[in-house]
Design a protein around this ligand. Structure first.
Ligand SMILES: [Zn+2]
Ligand SMILES: [Zn+2]
Length: 303
């Protein structure tokens, strides 16, 4: 199927907003005559925020009354910007009436990460760690952060727990830090952190200790720590030793997610889908569309 045909067949119109000489972040789509802007700058209609990572534009939408995010996402945005979220919030799993029916699903990426399912079978996932709760769909609009075959990894949770005594772990402060804090607390460790990490833990009800035996810090501060030091990541560009803990699916995981949702068409709107991934999905029988192949439309801006 040609990428221009699939939108018509599924009765929705995905597009990119032209803005000045460029385009707005990620993409937009029109469903039942209503515009939805996905992880993007403010626009007419609704802004859907899949989760609180800054490259998904929640921070730019905290003051937008037409922004939509899960309660936990709104809580994290408040802790990281200092501003209350003035949009609509929901509990993940709820159905929303946004002029058309939209059901929400967890993606296990970070606290509050949510997928949005539109009634005619269009699913927008945001970033995904655990696809098992996602529904089947006709069009899967998703990410490929680790979309190259060299990314094969499994989380080293056992190693994380074994190495935790008197260790400093470098973690991304939004999301990864909170997931790791919960894993370590469940394993019986006292966990310490300060700054943004502790602020976000606090607002999510994750209790930390002063001077705990395990310290969480942003990756760029770990080099200054004494004792055992690790970066918790699937990325390979750090100098310090790493323990693999990722908030994303690996290459095979992306393919298994597509098979699980079993769409006719996959649209990658975030991350780096490799030629290899596209070929592999097409060989199994899925249509694949990339962000730059979507139609570009110039419409008015509110902000
Ligand atoms: Zn993310
Ligand atoms: Zn992302």
């Amino acid at each position: 199927m040609n990428s221009l045909d699939f939108a018509e067949q599924f009765d929705f119109f995905p597009y990119r907003r032209l803005r000045g000489r460029g385009v707005s972040p990620h993409f937009s789509m029109r469903v039942d005559g209503i515009d939805f802007h996905i992880d993007s700058s403010k626009g007419e209609g609704y802004n859907l925020i899949t989760h609180a990572h800054s490259d998904h534009y929640g921070q730019k939408n905290v003051c937008n009354s037409c922004a939509v995010a899960s309660r936990e996402t709104a809580t994290i945005l408040k802790a990281s910007t200092g501003k209350g979220f003035s949009g609509m919030t929901f509990n993940i799993g709820e159905s929303l009436n946004l002029g058309t029916r939209v059901k929400t699903y967890p993606t296990g990426h970070i606290h509050g990460s949510s997928a949005f399912y539109f009634k005619d079978g269009v699913l927008v996932t945001g970033d995904v760690k655990d696809y098992r709760g996602l529904p089947m769909c006709h069009v899967l609009i998703t990410e490929a952060t680790y979309g190259s075959p060299e990314y094969v990894f499994e989380d080293e949770i056992d190693r994380l727990v074994e190495e935790a005594t008197n260790a400093t772990f470098g973690v991304y402060p939004i999301g990864k830090a909170q997931r790791v804090a919960e894993i370590l607390k469940n394993a019986g460790y006292d966990v310490a952190a300060d700054g943004k990490i502790s602020k976000i833990c606090e607002c999510l009800g994750i209790e930390l200790c002063k001077g705990g035996e395990t310290t969480l810090a942003p990756p760029w501060e770990v080099a200054m720590a004494s004792g055992k030091r690790y970066i918790l990541t699937a990325q390979k560009f750090y100098n310090l030793p790493r323990i693999v803990i990722s908030d994303h699916l690996d290459y095979e995981g992306i393919i298994r997610m597509v098979e699980h949702c079993n769409p006719e068409q996959v649209v990658f709107y975030h991350g780096n889908p490799s030629e290899h991934l596209i070929k592999e999905l097409e060989a199994i029988g899925y249509g694949v569309t990339l962000l730059h192949e979507l139609e570009k439309v110039r419409i008015g801006r509110r902000d």
